[in-house]
Design a protein around this ligand. Structure first.
Ligand SMILES: [Mg+2]
Length: 390
């Protein structure tokens, strides 16, 4: 029997804004940008929600509903910093922490009772710690699986805690609307409602064969979900211990930082290309420098989030290089290594980054496609071109 917590921040972006500027507390605050623009609401305070405003609603509409609302652009780097602090608190309770987006994570506490005491006490301590140290309110759902824990945390928002005792999963879900089940979006909920299926109980009364015929694989998943069954494990971010490394011995030892940087830029491009071919994301970046006397220096940096963006990775490598390269020391070999690899990109569900990720992914697909056709060297960064130097 597993003990899984779903920890979810309440109105996260708005709560961060309130910590930074306490005068916003209790007011209708909307994060998303210029209400005259074409953007959507990324987050709305509970005061704003009273006007019917919710995330993903066009900003113009939100302004019509509540003209007095305070519209903020939001600062993603700032939210990320808060998020990291919160996840670090969670990792103090269990190594099995699986972030699902910038403001929610699953924590597997199975077998930790000896260490932490009862589940409810532990969850309460987590909430207290997050609120005292970071200033953000959270809600926690506790259950024997991820699905029920997630539904439970949503059901007690804001600032609540709900434990569904093992064996009670189905009874807990039965009276709730079908849209409470993760994976049933507004569209599917509407379709089900048209067939007269409003509650999870009604959904659970549909025979498996019927669901499979109507919805295929998704139908059999629905069958299990309606019963509160889910066996997905909590996966911590860094389970893949492999690494992707690229290193090179220089034709001639060099102490020219510009030249060495261009080599590193090239190595990063090569390593990241491989990363993307394998559809992986890296969270740790290691720089290796071997000097003429064969002394070797390796320095590693762990990123706040995993990435497959060579610009981000190169920035980190450059940072390490400039910190650890000793002037006038000749280098004979340099290398770059990517590790803490994972299949999922941390925070990919986030509204803010969806757009920029899409554009970026299109760019990478373009580059990788050209390389596929014409070879890796057919397209390279300007910074990787410099090959003269001593
Ligand atoms: Mg949340």
């Amino acid at each position: 029997m597993r003990s899984i917590l779903h920890v979810d921040m309440d109105a996260f972006f708005v709560s961060v804004e309130e910590v930074l500027n306490p005068s916003l507390r209790g007011k209708p605050v909307i994060v998303g940008g210029d209400p005259g623009g074409r953007g959507v609401v990324a987050a709305a305070s509970y005061a704003a929600r009273k006007y019917g405003i919710h995330s993903a609603m066009p900003l113009a509409r939100a302004r019509r509903l509540c003209p007095s609302a305070i519209f903020l652009r939001g600062s993603h780097s700032c939210y990320k910093e808060f998020s990291c602090r919160i996840f670090d608190i969670l990792r103090g309770y269990s190594p099995l922490v699986e972030p699902m987006s910038i403001d929610e994570a699953y924590v597997d506490l199975t077998g930790c009772m000896r260490l932490h005491g009862s589940l409810l006490d532990t969850a309460q301590r987590m909430r207290d710690e997050i609120s005292e140290q970071v200033g953000i309110n959270s809600s926690i759902g506790i259950a024997a699986n991820k699905l029920v824990a997630k539904v439970a945390s949503t059901a007690v928002k804001p600032s609540g805690m709900l434990w569904i005792a093992p064996g009670m999963e189905r009874r807990f879900l039965a009276p709730l609307g079908v849209e409470c089940i993760p994976g049933i979006g507004p569209k599917s909920a509407l379709e089900l409602r048209r067939m007269g299926i409003r509650t999870v109980m009604q959904l659970s009364e549909l025979p498996l064969e019927w669901l499979e015929q109507a919805y295929g694989k998704w139908g059999s998943a629905l069958y299990l979900k309606a019963r509160g069954t889910c066996d997905h494990p909590v996966v911590s971010e860094e389970e893949d211990s492999r690494s992707i490394s690229r290193e090179t011995t220089l034709l001639e030892d060099s102490a020219d930082p510009k030249y060495l940087e261009s080599i590193l830029s090239y190595l990063v491009e090569k390593a990241v290309f491989q990363l993307r071919v394998e559809k992986l994301y890296a969270r740790s970046v290691t720089l290796k420098l071997r000097h003429s006397d064969f002394k070797t220096v390796t320095r590693c940096i762990t990123l706040r989030e995993s990435t497959d963006d060579d610009r981000i990775i190169f920035r980190e490598i450059l940072h390490l290089f400039r910190k650890f390269f000793v002037r006038r020391t000749c280098v004979r070999l340099t290398g770059v290594s990517l590790s803490s690899l994972s299949r999922v990109r941390f925070q990919q569900l986030d509204l803010f980054e969806k757009v920029s990720f899409k554009e970026r992914d299109r760019l990478f697909r373009g580059i990788d496609g050209i390389r596929d056709k014409y070879g890796f060297h057919s397209i390279l960064k300007a910074g990787s071109f410099r090959d003269s130097g001593k």
